[in-house]
Design a protein around this ligand. Structure first.
Ligand code: FAD
Ligand code: NAI
Length: 510
């Protein structure tokens, strides 16, 4: 009887918490759809210009009290992109819109309104304190290029794809950084499959078309290779069986192993899992040239000799890391203190661009001594929001102290009361002025490696825990679901996962 009662209570509690969860989500959705009226920006406040709508800039915007500044956001992309799930979009496991959040929705939730210009910054003039911007969209108005003045500037433009000037890379390969890249890859995979299945296609051509080559064994290359092999095993093989024995994924890496930033045991686990999944790994292989149908590389053999190898391919995905964007390079050239910086804007411990006044940098375009990851960029954005909120409060309190001090002589009767007020403001000032320098707290690294397996190097009670396999994959999924930008994103991603598991991925080529 007691067991039955316990069961009944457990059931009631589960039911109530589910109900509370639904109510919480419902309330969040209602608030998003019916936002409070926004305050207009105060023209007497400083103009804070933020470049970019990626991890760094959006994390800053999320926590920034926009009532303190006239905030202007400039980016060629009018949405935030949840990059960790981008490799899943290349095969249709997740639909691209599920990991995009419109910047207009994000800005509408702020207390004071924020201006957004969909444009690319082409140059920053630190002397005149202006940003030159131009419209990159397909539809153009009369005004396509102009200048935006700033009092404070945050550069969060990320990085572009590194090609190291290798001939043919830009012309013939697909990158994997933006939504457009993932869509291009998805289309190309299906194009290769359908062309390989074309009547009387020669066996050599089928082999080439079905050979998917990935250059770069960092997390981007590894995750994409895993997703691709899943797509083939779970869907293509069943629906286009006639070419299935020709499908092959090859991963080319210049270093002696893939995932160099992960611990040794996870590297070994990934390499052995890839072997089981029949993904070919070619390490110590440096790509030197790309043509429309082949990748030419140089491999270093065990005895130290070098040999030239050629890989014919149908799809080539280039994932060899980051390079500095032209607008960042241009700004670095204008600041003498940036002369020795190579990988981006060198910043100090408060993320101030060294040698510049009133310019901060976050994320992949900033060199603060950390890896170019979303984790770092978002923590930097959060830090700047705290810093700017504090700066605004400090300025407001200081002006109050100045004002009260100047009235001290004019109102001799109230001296004690005014002094008390000044003392209180000064006490608040002492408390908030103390902003500690930026400190990055590493939560760990996660990567999906295909076949419902993932690897994780997680920080646990000041130590490191390395985990791999199916359970880690469940952890990977739940971690990314909880990190998604909004409830809408979370529901869409869960829906996509269920949809692709139940019905399979969509093979139609758009
Ligand atoms: P971004 O997020 O790239 O944003 C840059 C913004 O600037 C964009 O909005 C862009 O449109 C805008 N912009 C570009 N040029 C200009 C210009 N001239 N003027 C104005 N705006 C401009 N990191 C992790 O920690 N975990 C992961 O699992 C992970 N997975 C990843 C998967 C993939 C496929 C990729 C490509 C990266 C992944 N990363 C991951 C790395 C992570 O995405 C980046 O480190 C992060 O996006 C950097 O943030 P950011 O704000 O500096 O730049
Ligand atoms: P990366 O810089 O991490 O790796 C690029 C790889 O390409 C390197 O291992 C390099 O040796 C190799 N390479 C360079 N030139 C080559 C050539 N000519 N031939 C063959 N190989 C060559 O780049 P990636 O993977 O794009 O990642 C960029 C950043 O984003 C990293 O900081 C990474 O940690 C982060 N990221 C994190 C993810 C995660 O945590 N799951 C997923 C994706 C990216």
């Amino acid at each position: 009887k007691r067991r039955f009662r316990t069961l009944r209570w457990t059931w009631r509690l589960t039911y109530l918490s589910a109900l509370a969860g639904v109510a919480y989500i419902g309330y969040g959705v209602y608030q998003d759809r019916n936002p409070e009226p926004q305050a207009e920006p105060d023209p007497s406040k400083k103009t804070l210009v933020i470049l970019g709508t990626g991890w760094g800039s959006v994390s800053l915007l999320k926590r920034l009290d926009t009532e303190n500044y006239n905030v202007i956001v400039i980016s060629p992309r009018n949405y935030f992109l949840f990059t960790p799930l981008l490799p899943s979009c290349t095969t249709g496991t997740i639909e691209h819109r599920s990991i995009m959040e419109p910047i207009r929705t994000i800005l509408r939730s702020k207390k004071a309104s924020v201006k957004f210009y969909e444009a690319e910054a082409s140059a920053v003039d630190p002397d005149r304190k202006v940003v030159r911007i131009f419209d990159t969209s397909e539809v153009k108005g009369d005004m396509i290029e102009t200048e935006v003045p700033y009092d404070m500037l945050v550069v969060g433009v990320g990085a572009e794809n590194a090609t190291f000037g290798i001939p043919g890379v830009r012309e013939h390969s697909c990158f994997l950084k933006e939504i457009g890249d993932a869509q291009r890859i998805r289309k190309r995979i299906m194009d290769c499959v359908e062309t390989a299945a074309f009547k009387d296609q020669s066996p050599e051509e089928v082999e080439r078309l079905m050979h998917m080559v990935v250059v770069g064994g960092g997390p981007t290359g590894v995750e994409f290779a895993g997703e691709l092999q899943d797509f083939f095993e779970e869907d293509i093989k069943k629906l286009v069986p006639e070419i299935s024995d020709r499908f092959k994924v090859t991963l080319i890496e210049a270093l002696p192993n893939v995932l160099p930033s992960f611990s040794k045991q996870l590297i070994e686990y990934t390499e052995s899992t890839f072997k089981e999944e029949k993904i070919n790994i070619h390490t110590k292989t440096v790509v030197k040239k790309v043509t429309d149908k082949t990748v030419e590389a140089e491999v270093t053999r065990a005895d130290g000799t070098k040999e030239k190898v050629t890989f014919p391919y149908g799809l080539l995905v280039w994932a060899t890391g980051n390079a500095v964007r032209p607008v960042v390079k241009d700004l670095m050239d204008r600041i003498p203190a940036q002369k020795n910086s190579r990988r981006g804007l060198a910043v100090n411990e408060y993320l101030v661009v060294q040698g510049a006044r009133d310019i901060w940098a976050v994320g992949d375009c900033a060199v603060a001594g950390y890896a170019p990851t979303a984790q770092v960029a978002s923590q930097e954005g959060n830090f700047l929001a705290r810093l700017f909120n504090n700066m605004a409060r400090t300025e407001a309190l200081e002006s109050k102290v100045r004002e009260l001090s100047s009235t001290l002589n004019l109102q001799p009767g109230n001296t004690a009361e005014i002094s008390r007020e000044i003392e209180e403001y000064e006490r608040q000032l002492r408390r908030i002025k103390d902003v500690k320098p930026f400190h990055y707290s590493h939560q760990g690294s996660l990567a999906y490696i295909g076949s419902e397996k993932a690897v994780a190097d997680v920080t646990w009670f000041n130590g490191n825990v390395a985990a791999a396999g199916g359970l880690t994959y469940l952890f990977w999924r739940s971690a990314y679901i909880s990190m998604c930008f909004s409830t809408r994103n979370r529901l869409l991603v869960i829906n996509d996962w269920v949809k692709s598991k139940v019905f399979g991925r969509d093979l139609s080529r758009e």
